[in-house]
Design a protein around this ligand. Structure first.
Ligand code: TPP
Length: 183
């Protein structure tokens, strides 16, 4: 499964969920397959999508979905531990694991080596961890995630889709998202 295909499948499942998306190509892919005011494209801060999603999920009643990457979660592993211990019921963390830093040229990450993200999430204390290798499994996992804090490791191929950059100004992304959160 390609990352853009995984993103499209999640987008098709979305209702009013707030989405925080990893920087680089994942945000560009999400923007091109399903831009909506409830999407926050996190344009610069690698590693922080999961932390932003945690904070948001603790402050709102809506469901929060984080679309993260293996490189970014590996850079901020403390976030998994914090998420596990706060355990917000309304948070779904999807990690697109392409075993690489896809947005900067595909350099291998440590999930290409010895590191197992699902095992890490479980060891952090997260009970509901699913591994999805196909669009169908991903959709099933996503539907189940509505029951409580869930981490989904979506196994995706290396490579980025040929999609344009996000034309919106970061301030406009933020303002539009804030309005969607308040609705
Ligand atoms: C602190 C910091 N380090 C490095 C970068 C450069 N950078 C931007 S995206 C990216 C790769 C992200 O990899 P991953 O989270 O696995 O997502 P993928 O693009 O593979 O889906 C890197 C290294 C950055 N923006 N910020």
């Amino acid at each position: 499964m390609k990352r853009i295909e995984a993103i499209k499948n999640i987008v098709e499942e979305l209702e009013k969920e707030l989405v925080i998306c990893n920087l680089g190509f994942p945000s560009r892919e999400l923007y091109s397959v399903g831009d909506r005011p409830e999407n926050f494209y996190m344009l610069g801060s690698m590693g922080l999508a999961s932390s932003i999603g945690l904070g948001l999920s603790l402050s709102v009643n809506k469901r929060v979905v984080v679309m993260d990457g293996d490189g970014s979660i590996l850079m901020n592993l403390g976030s998994l531990v914090t998420i596990a211990n706060w355990s917000p019921k309304n948070l779904t963390l999807i990690i697109f694991d392409n075993k690489s830093y896809g947005s900067t040229g595909g350099q291998p990450s440590y999930t290409a080596g010895k590191t197992d993200l699902a095992a890490l999430a479980r060891a952090a204390g997260i009970k509901r961890v699913f591994v999805a290798e196909s669009p169908q499994k991903l959709r099933e996992a996503y539907r189940k995630s509505k029951k409580g804090l869930t981490v989904i490791i979506a196994k995706v191929e290396k490579g980025n889709a040929d999609v344009p950059i996000i034309e919106m100004h970061p301030q406009d992304i933020k303002n539009r998202f804030e309005n969607a959160v308040k609705k």
